[in-house]
Design a protein around this ligand. Structure first.
Ligand SMILES: *Cc1c(COP(=O)(O)O)cnc(C)c1O
Length: 463
């Protein structure tokens, strides 16, 4: 498979190059040049498969030319071995809906499904080139721990994750700092999340440093992450439809950066019988406003009880725009320029109808989120985390929908307690965190201090 950029400025490249590139060099996002489309017999055959086998089938055409079936199978086995449920991403019936539980990975959030795979994939590609990668990122909590667990112990990767000192939840801090592998470097910054982001940005812009130390990002825009997420849409459809290809399913997706729901769109383009994708947001509703009005316009971020969906603009949205604009990079560039110049862009007429045909968008308030957690507990004896609750609330008009459960409720104890008076029992991965040994470096919110720390830690051997 060849990969191209939404902005048209990248000569078609192979899968490995696309994975290592992350963000396209022309500032756009990478996409496969075309989608493999399945026939009904294949789809039916996939319906009964276990998750790991299905990963191989879904991914194979996308990695063709770069990974053999054997290599891919081995990667997949190693990536999903650490999940605590034998189905990896089980589908459970809760009242009149289906919950697709994506939180059985090592950090109890759905990002593990992609990042466990990406860590192993990076390691394999680096081995081929005899390379070393230094991942650098800032986190407000969730992505940092999933990225750390994705690459812990990998010999050709070091990871540096900045978090704001005393400003992430205790569980989140412990999830990161109790990882003692030599290649994991937690840095607590004496400042805010924005300070951390500013430092990371400054270091990536220090082009000599970036090149000398092969800096890479924990990219929410890496194609391999999207690809790993495509799989569970097929998996859930198989469980719900039992292979009846005439059965269309609605998926409700708690959305922030549009990565997860874009994976659903890819599945649909591949021929998965999807009725509609329900795009569920919290108060940070830029995407809901887009689907409803056609205008995409950033507003200041609100901090909510579903923090992983607190975004101003959605980094993966450009991928969908590319398809909406008839795969024409010129039009994508036009709208992105308009966005940069005026802070907004608009689609209308037939194009807006097309958006509304595929997506049904709902913004859910914090009050509604808490009410949903309460209602599902009372009616079905099932505890939702606040992100999942946003999706469940949005799915209410559509009984039978598959709701993606993106985090374990024990990870967001405060919100859950506020809703139902108790916390959810923690899964094994979250137990005993307070007793474990930790390692973390406290540093001032200063770019040079972080740079010196990285240089000292890496020495000359891991450049
Ligand atoms: C990241 C995240 C989301 C949002 O996913 P996107 O791919 O950014 O849309 C939703 N819920 C949880 C728990 C997350 O960690």
């Amino acid at each position: 498979m060849r990969y191209i950029s939404t902005r048209g400025g990248v000569e078609p490249i192979g899968f490995s190059e696309a994975v290592m590139m992350g963000l396209a060099t022309d500032g756009g996002l990478l996409l496969p040049a075309d989608f493999p489309v399945l026939n009904a017999a294949t789809l039916k055959g996939w319906a009964g498969m276990g998750f790991s086998d299905l990963v191989v089938e879904v991914m194979l055409p996308y990695v063709e030319g770069d990974l053999s079936r054997e290599e891919l199978t081995d990667l997949v086995d190693r990536s999903y071995r650490g999940f605590s449920h034998s189905d990896i991403t089980p589908v459970v019936r809760v009242g009149d809906m289906h919950i697709l539980e994506l939180f059985h990975g090592p950090t109890a959030a759905f990002k593990d499904v992609a990042l466990q795979f990406l860590g192993n994939l990076f390691q394999l590609l680096l081995e081929r080139d005899d390379g070393h990668l230094n991942i650098l990122g800032a986190t407000s909590g969730d992505t940092g721990s999933a990225a750390i667990y994705g690459v812990r112990g990998q010999k050709r990767i070091d990871i540096f994750i900045l978090h704001p000192h005393d400003r992430v939840s205790t569980i989140q801090e412990r999830q990161m700092t109790t990882v003692l592998d030599e290649n994991v470097h937690n840095i607590a910054i004496e400042g805010t999340f924005d300070d951390g982001q500013r430092i990371v940005k400054a270091l990536f812009n220090d082009l000599n440093f970036k090149r000398e130390y092969s800096l890479g990002a924990v990219n929410s825009i890496n194609w391999a992450r999207i690809l790993a997420q495509v799989v569970y849409y097929f998996y859930a459809w198989g469980r719900v439809s039992e292979g009846d290809v005439s059965k269309k399913v609605r998926f409700s997706v708690p959305t922030g950066n549009f990565g997860d729901i874009f994976a659903g769109y890819v599945a649909m383009r591949m021929g998965l019988p999807v009725e509609q994708l329900i795009l569920a947001t919290n108060r940070n509703d830029i995407l809901t406003r887009f689907v409803t009005t056609g205008t995409y316009k950033a507003r200041p971020v609100h901090h909510t009880i579903s923090p992983s969906m607190d975004i101003q603009i959605s980094s993966n949205f450009e991928r969908y725009l590319y398809y909406l604009l008839d795969e024409d990079p010129g039009q994508v560039c036009g709208l992105m320029e308009q966005m940069a110049a005026t802070g907004e862009m608009t689609v209308s007429g037939e194009k807006l109808k097309e958006v509304q045909h595929i997506f049904s968008a709902v913004a859910v308030s914090e009050k509604q989120t808490l009410e949903q957690i309460r209602e599902t507990r009372a009616e079905n004896d099932y505890i939702l985390d606040p992100h999942t609750a946003v999706g469940v609330k949005a799915s209410k008009p559509y009984p039978g929908a598959v709701c993606l459960a993106t985090a374990h409720p024990a990870k967001f104890g405060d919100a859950v307690k506020k809703a139902i008076g108790i916390e959810a029992p923690p899964p094994v991965s979250l137990q005993g965190l307070m007793e474990k040994e930790t390692r973390c470096q406290l540093l001032p919110a200063d770019t040079q201090a972080v740079k010196r720390y990285m240089e000292t830690t890496l020495g000359s051997s891991k450049k």
